[in-house]
Ligand binder design. Structure first.
Ligand code: ADP
Length: 485
C-alpha cells in the first residue's frame, strides 16, 4: 500500500474533520504533518490548514511541552495528555487540551493529535452542577485561586490538609506547604499573571497534625471572567515515593555488593593476561580478552546503577575543580580501547589547541564521556569512525539563553558523532529519560543518557541529540569554562 493509501485508510474522507471543533493533525514517522484540519489552523493563527502540512508537529508547541508530550508512551487509543499551549503564528500561547495516539497502518506509523481550546472546558462555571460533582469526587485535591484568594476547595483537598475549606481559605495554599518548598508556589500565587503554562512542583504538604505528605502540585493558569485564576491540583505521591526509595536502596545495596567481587575478578584477569599470555594459544587469549571486555561492561553498568540511586536520593554533590576535557576524553577512549580495537574503530578528535579548563566534577564528567562513547562504540559499524569535536560556544548563541545556563560565562561545546543506525526523530528527546530505549529488546538498560543529562544539568549545561535515520547520531553538550584560573 502506498503512503497516501495508508493515510486514507487512517482518516478516510477528510471533509468532516474540517467541521470538528477540535484541531486535528496527523504526522508521519518523522513527525511531519501530513494532514491538519481547519480548526487546528485557526488555533495556530493560520488561514489555511495547508500551511501546516510539511511542518513538524513539534513546532506547534513550546519546547518544554514537546519534551513532556513526547515522553508519554502512546498506543492506538487516543490518550489525554492534559493542558498545554499551542504557539500561534504571532507567538501567542493558546491554551489547549491535547490528546494523542500512535496508529500503524500497513508498515507506516502515524501520530494523530487533537487540541481543543482549553477555554471551552475551563470556562465551565464551578457552579455548574456536573463540574462541581466532578471536582468534589476527584481523587486529587483541587483548589481554585482567584485574584490571590482561595475561591474553592474540594473534599479530597480537605482530607489531605486536615482542615475545612474555610480554614484552608483563611490560611492560603502557600502556608500549607512546607517552608522548604514554599518559595516558588508563593511567587506564583502572588503573580498569577506571570504564569503562562501549567507548572509542576514536588512539594510537602504540612497537614493539621504537622505531618508532611509528599505531593505533586500542578498549577494551571486560566482566565475566568477576565480574572487571573489558578487551578491547583494536589496529588498524594507519598506511597509512590516510598516504593521508589525502597527500589533505589535495593539497587544501591546490590550494586555495592557486586562491585567488590567484580574488582577481584578484574584484577585476577589482568594478572592472568600479563603473566600467562605468552603461554596461551591464540584462541585462549581471545577468550581472556572477551572476559575482560565484559568485566569492563559490567563495571560501567554497576557504576551507572550506583550513580542513578545516588541521583534519585538527591545525594549527588559535585566536587568542582578545573577539568581538562581533552585529557578526560583520552582517559575514556583508553578505558574502551579493547572494544575500539576489536571493532576496528577510528576516533577522530578535533580539539582547539588552547582549551581552558572546565568548571566541573572530573569523575562525573568522565562518566558523561564514558556513557556517550560507550553508545557510539556500541552502535558504530565495524571499521567506522567516531568524531569528537570540541569548540567554543559563541557568547550570543541562543544555546546560552536557556534557563539553567550561567550568565556572563564562556561555554564549550562537545559533540560526539557516530555513523551507526541513528535514532528516530520521535525518540530524540525521550531517550534521555530513565529506562528509555528505542529498541526495548536491544542491549543496555536505558540509564546511560539519563545520567548524562542529570550530570550535565547539575553543571549548568545542556545536552541534546541530533540524528538522521541511517546516517548516524550525534550527541552534543555544553559546559561552562572555569574562569580566572
Ligand atoms: P543503554 O545504552 O543502556 O540502553 P542509554 O540511555 O545510553 O541506555 O541509551 C538509551 C537508548 O538510546 C539506547 O537504548 C538506544 O536505543 C539509543 N541510543 C543511544 N545512543 C545511541 C547512538 N549513538 N546511536 C543509536 N542509538 C542510540
Amino acid at each position: 500500500m502506498s503512503e497516501k493509501n495508508n493515510l486514507d485508510a487512517l482518516i478516510g474522507g477528510r471533509e468532516f474533520l474540517n467541521d470538528l471543533q477540535e484541531g486535528v493533525w496527523v504526522a508521519d514517522g518523522n513527525g511531519r504533518i501530513v494532514f491538519a484540519n481547519r480548526s487546528l489552523a485557526r488555533l495556530a493563527g493560520f488561514e489555511s490548514a495547508d500551511i501546516l502540512v510539511g511542518k513538524s508537529w513539534r513546532e506547534l508547541f513550546p519546547s518544554g511541552e514537546v519534551a513532556r508530550l513526547t515522553r508519554t508512551k502512546l498506543d492506538s487509543e487516543m490518550k489525554s495528555l492534559g493542558d498545554s499551549f499551542i504557539v500561534s503564528r504571532n507567538n501567542e500561547h493558546v491554551p489547549v487540551s491535547v490528546a494523542m495516539a500512535r496508529r500503524k497502518v500497513a508498515d507506516s506509523s502515524w501520530l494523530i493529535g487533537t487540541a481543543v481550546r482549553a477555554g471551552v472546558r475551563a470556562g465551565a462555571n464551578v457552579a455548574d452542577t456536573t463540574s462541581r460533582e466532578v471536582m468534589e469526587n476527584s481523587v486529587d485535591g483541587i483548589c481554585i485561586i482567584e485574584n490571590g484568594h482561595i475561591a474553592y476547595v474540594n473534599r479530597r483537598f480537605e482530607e489531605l490538609a486536615g482542615y475545612s475549606s474555610s480554614q484552608v481559605a483563611r490560611l492560603g495554599l502557600d502556608r500549607l506547604i512546607s517552608a522548604r518548598d514554599r518559595k516558588n508556589v508563593a511567587q506564583i500565587i502572588a503573580e498569577p499573571g506571570s504564569v503562562l503554562m501549567p507548572v509542576h512542583h514536588e512539594v510537602r504538604l504540612v497537614n493539621r497534625t504537622g505531618h508532611e505528605i509528599e505531593c505533586e502540585l500542578r498549577i494551571v493558569p486560566v482566565k475566568s471572567d477576565g480574572k487571573p485564576t489558578l487551578l491547583c491540583f494536589l496529588r498524594d505521591v507519598s506511597a509512590l515515593k516510598q516504593a521508589e526509595r525502597a527500589r533505589t536502596d535495593f539497587i544501591a545495596m546490590l550494586s555495592h555488593d557486586l562491585r567488590t567481587p567484580l574488582a577481584a575478578i578484574k584484577e585476577a584477569m589482568s594478572l592472568l593476561s600479563e603473566t600467562a599470555a605468552a603461554r596461551l594459544e591464540e584462541r585462549q587469549r581471545r577468550y581472556l580478552t572477551i572476559a575482560r571486555e565484559e568485566i569492563d561492561r559490567l563495571n560501567r553498568m554497576i557504576d551507572n546503577l550506583i550513580e542513578v540511586s545516588r541521583m534519585e536520593a538527591g545525594k549527588t554533590v559535585l566536587r568542582l575543580d578545573g577539568v581538562d576535557l581533552a585529557e578526560l576524553l583520552s582517559t575514556a577512549v583508553e578505558s574502551m580501547s579493547l572494544l575500539i580495537n576489536k571493532r576496528n574503530l577510528t576516533i577522530e578528535r578535533n580539539i582547539p589547541p588552547r582549551m581552558p579548563p572546565i568548571l566541573g566534577d572530573r569523575d562525573r564528567l568522565l562518566r558523561v564521556f564514558n556513557n556517550l562513547l560507550d553508545n557510539a562504540v556500541k552502535y558504530s559499524p565495524v571499521g567506522g569512525t567516531i568524531r569528537v569535536d570540541i569548540s567554543f560556544v559563541d557568547p550570543n548563541s541562543p544555546l546560552l539563553a536557556h534557563s539553567g545556563t550561567l550568565t556572563n560565562t564562556g561555554y564549550v561545546q562537545v559533540t560526539i558523532s557516530d555513523s551507526g543506525p541513528g535514532i528516530p526523530a520521535e525518540f530524540l528527546d525521550r531517550i534521555f529519560g530513565k529506562f528509555e530505549r528505542v529498541d526495548p529488546h536491544g542491549p543496555g538498560i536505558g540509564l546511560g543518557l539519563a545520567i548524562v543529562r542529570s550530570i550535565i544539568e547539575l553543571h549548568h549545561g545542556r545536552v541534546w541529540a541530533h540524528s538522521k535515520l541511517g546516517e548516524g547520531a550525534s550527541f552534543s553538550f555544553i559546559l561552562p569554562i572555569k574562569e580566572n584560573p
